[in-house]
Design a protein around this ligand. Structure first.
Ligand code: SAM
Length: 407
């Protein structure tokens, strides 16, 4: 069926209409005229894939990855990079416009990503073959290379393809951009032949970790990797969060610092601190930092990171952010970097009732960001939002926002 694509949706799919019913089409760009095969349909919408292009967009480029059409990992490899950035910036504008009453001039130009094979971590699924899930499916696309991963990850993948991954259902590869540290996590539901994996993998990675019965144990190596952002070294354990685009993370943290405009009297709360990355990054400029994080492994890493970076003015506590009112200290400034779900009501109430004059909100989901800003804006003026392209070729956009307490 012939469709003219009008625009892209927030997941990078082309939107068109068939008999007045909306269809979302993969690998289709605005202004393109395509023939589609319908993959799914319900009362309101359809989803389809292109079977033929009648008219193609002048913004279309050849994807750098041969698996792009099928693989669920990337969404925008068919769009020229400058246009991907325009799409991402507009996406933030549209979401802020739709879900908040904030003026759009506060949204600054997106910060582009200079490194296109940026991922320092990939998660592969295993079932006779090894690869990523197909788009909107649990079928595994067998891959030899992930074109957005750091090259060293693909060397490890090549080795994995040659060995027997019996009983392994998922493999995570994490590598360092800084010292060539490499970690492989083998996830299994049953026991696995440890000797076999040790013999076959110890020459390609420094760490082999087994994940079984919801626990990680070290089969080989020191059990963590180290990476560097700016002048700071960070220990990363198998289950700890670390930004997947290390080089762009530095630009993101520099923006946090720029918005924070720290001074030597500031007491800063780093909420959702992970391995202490942002708190440590800004610690030199302020009086003290308190990092709060729910993941015990990440807090252990944060305390280790405090030591190896010789930071004296930071403390960490393993706590659910929603229980932040248990912390009785007052803070002048708060940095929040929550997961995609954004801030919960108790955390928002804490921020509203706190003595903080400034909030720097780092967000990986613009919809929950918009929801939270719409509540916070009655108490804090939302001064600026800077979008960052941390995840090139995918539809995801990170944002850093500055909020200042209203008098
Ligand atoms: C997006 S990461 C940010 C980590 C860190 N700021 C960084 O840049 O590396 C979000 C972090 O929030 C933590 N987290 C998730 N839910 C939480 C909660 N309810 N309370 C505290 N921390 C939480 C996660 O474990 C993760 O480390």
């Amino acid at each position: 069926m012939k469709v003219k694509i009008e625009r892209l949706d927030h997941q990078g799919r082309g939107i068109g209409k068939i008999n007045n019913k909306t269809i979302f089409v993969y690998n289709a760009l605005p202004s393109e005229e395509v023939d589609v095969e319908i993959l799914k349909e319900n009362k309101k919408i359809m989803e389809g894939k292109v079977t033929k292009y009648f008219v193609t967009s002048n913004k279309r480029v050849e994807p750098i990855c041969p698996y792009f059409i099928k693989c669920g990992g990337c969404d925008l490899m068919h769009l020229a990079y400058p246009d991907e950035l325009i799409y991402k910036e507009n996406k933030i504008r549209q979401i802020i416009d739709k879900f908040t009453s904030l003026p759009l001039h506060i949204i600054k130009p997106i910060v582009g990503n200079n490194n296109k094979n940026y991922r320092n971590k990939i998660t592969l699924h295993v079932d006779n073959k090894i690869g990523y899930y197909a788009k909107k499916s649990f079928d595994i696309i067998d891959i030899d290379t992930c074109y957005i991963a750091l090259p060293v990850i693909n060397d490890i993948l090549k080795k994995l393809k040659k060995i027997n991954l019996n009983n392994v259902y998922e493999v995570v590869i994490r590598v360092s951009n800084y010292n060539n540290d490499k970690m492989i996590i083998l996830k299994t539901k049953d026991s696995i032949n440890e000797k076999y994996f040790l013999e076959n993998l110890k020459d390609v990675v420094d760490n082999i970790i087994i994940y079984q019965d919801k626990k990680y144990y070290v089969l080989f190596g020191k059990g963590f990797i180290e990476d560097k952002i700016g002048n700071y070294i960070y220990k990363i354990s198998p289950d700890s969060f670390f930004q997947v685009n290390t080089l762009q993370a530095k630009n993101l943290y520099d923006k946090v610092l720029d918005y924070l405009k720290p001074n030597s009297n500031d007491k800063v709360l780093d909420l959702y601190c992970g391995t202490g990355t942002i708190g440590i990054y800004i610690s030199n400029y302020v009086s003290s930092v308190k990092g709060i994080e729910i993941n015990k492994f990440a807090i252990d890493d944060a305390n280790y990171n405090k030591k190896i970076n010789n930071i004296k003015n930071i403390t960490f506590e393993c706590l659910d952010a929603s229980k932040i009112d248990k912390i009785k200290d007052d803070f002048n400034s708060v940095i929040v970097d929550p997961p995609r779900s954004g801030l919960d009501k108790k955390t928002i109430n804490y921020l509203i009732n706190s003595k903080a004059k400034k909030i720097v909100y780092v967000s990986c989901d613009p919809i929950t960001l918009a929801r939270d800003l719409e509540v916070l804006k009655d108490y804090y003026e939302v001064i600026e939002i800077t979008p960052f392209d941390m995840f090139t070729y995918t539809y995801h956009v990170e944002c850093v926002c500055l909020l200042l307490r209203k008098n």
